[in-house]
Design a protein around this ligand. Structure first.
Ligand code: UT7
Length: 333
């Protein structure tokens, strides 16, 4: 019997309607459009508005759209993995909320928290269920409502993050297409540079934690930047070397969208020209777990069966890694 690989067979995205522009941010903190564009590459980002709206409210339309596109009923989903750092609630898992809302009554689900590397961690995890032959339709959602964690008085973080969601369907493939290889890494000593201090069991919510703004993102930008540039570039080059892939062999780099300068450094290290790099940071900013599937969604129509694609991310944890995919289908134009 031929080996089973896990192939992406459909992609869908969802971004909220509200556009937060650099111009609007200029009225909120001491910053300028020119600084934001030159230091990050971001022009605008989307924000999910509305009381009681959480990550699942972006994931539900993405998953329903995904099923419609592939022509399947949500009841056919075996497993749904939700990658997020902005779960609707501390518990239960947002995956459970999504499966309930979309009517995926036969699926089990769980969340993965690997910050900006969440989607690649989730994709590798989901692929193992497919490769083992136990699960045939696995949905991997990358979603974050970063506006729930951002301090809109902190000019270093509020300019970067946005809200959004992407979802993919993984199915078995016996022709060698799909996820071919992956390298995942983590280093918990990175905690100090990027975290949300309070709200968990170490520092439960209190008047003090709220007053001290400890429920917001704490990011030491320069330190994170240095780790991100080195590790994302290194792991992307490593997965190419490990699999004897030259720059000519690679059709697309799908990088986590944290900062255009980090993406440029990664592409340079891989020897790739700009036209092979998916970049939508200018429109959506950093949507954490959402960035990579949102890119796949936007570029889906340009992807061809057999294309070698490298996914690459770096984020809080620290977590980082890269995935090599042989794309499994030609999209309908
Ligand atoms: O996605 C997961 C992981 N996260 C990342 O990968 C983010 C990595 N870090 C970054 O992308 C960048 O470090 C930032 C975009 C956060 C900051 O850019 P930077 O080029 O590293 O700026 P910096 O922190 O070195 O600050 C340079 C200057 C400082 O002023 P002084 O001390 O030189 O006078 C900052 O106070 O820019 C100032 N600054 C700003 N000025 C205008 C910081 N934020 C802003 C701002 N507008 N929004």
């Amino acid at each position: 019997m031929s080996k089973i690989t896990a192939a992406i067979t459909a992609v869908q995205g969802y971004v909220p309607d509200y556009v937060l522009t650099n111009k609007e941010l200029e009225t909120m903190v001491d910053t300028t459009d020119e600084w934001i564009v030159s230091r990050t590459g971001i022009n605008e980002r989307r924000i999910l508005k509305g009381e009681g709206k959480g990550a699942s409210d972006m994931a539900v339309p993405a998953v329903l759209g995904l099923c419609k596109k592939r022509g399947i009923d949500p009841m056919e989903i075996d497993l749904l993995i939700c990658c997020t750092v902005t779960a609707d609630h501390i518990f239960p898992a947002t995956a459970n909320i999504i499966t309930d809302k979309v009517g995926a009554k036969n699926a089990f689900g769980f969340d993965i928290n690997a910050a900006c590397s969440g989607f690649i961690y989730g994709l590798v995890t989901g692929s193992k269920f497919v490769e083992s032959g136990t699960h045939k339709k696995v949905v991997v959602v990358g979603v974050d409502k970063m506006s729930a964690l951002v301090d809109y008085e902190d000019r270093q973080t509020c300019i970067i993050f946005g809200d959004g969601c992407g979802a993919v369907l993984l199915e078995p493939n016996t022709e060698g297409f799909g996820i071919k290889d992956s390298i995942l890494r983590s280093d918990g000593s990175g905690f100090q540079h990027l975290h949300q201090k309070a709200g968990g069991s170490a520092y439960p919510p209190s008047i003090e934690t709220v007053t001290n703004k400890e429920h917001h993102i704490h990011q030491e930008g320069q330190a994170v930047f240095k780790f991100a540039v080195t590790n994302m570039a290194d792991v992307s080059a490593e997965i190419m070397e490990k699999n004897n892939l030259s720059a000519d062999d690679v059709a697309w780099l799908v990088p986590h969208q944290a900062n255009k300068r980090i993406i440029d450094a990664t592409a340079r290290r891989m020897g790739l020209s700009d036209d092979k790099v998916m970049l939508n940071i200018q429109k959506y900013g950093n949507t954490t777990s959402g960035t990579i599937p949102l890119c796949l969604w936007e570029w889906e129509n340009q992807l061809k069966k057999g294309d070698n694609i490298i996914l690459s991310a770096f984020g809080g944890g620290f977590t980082w890694g890269a995935i090599w995919i042989k794309w499994a289908y030609d999209s309908k134009k």
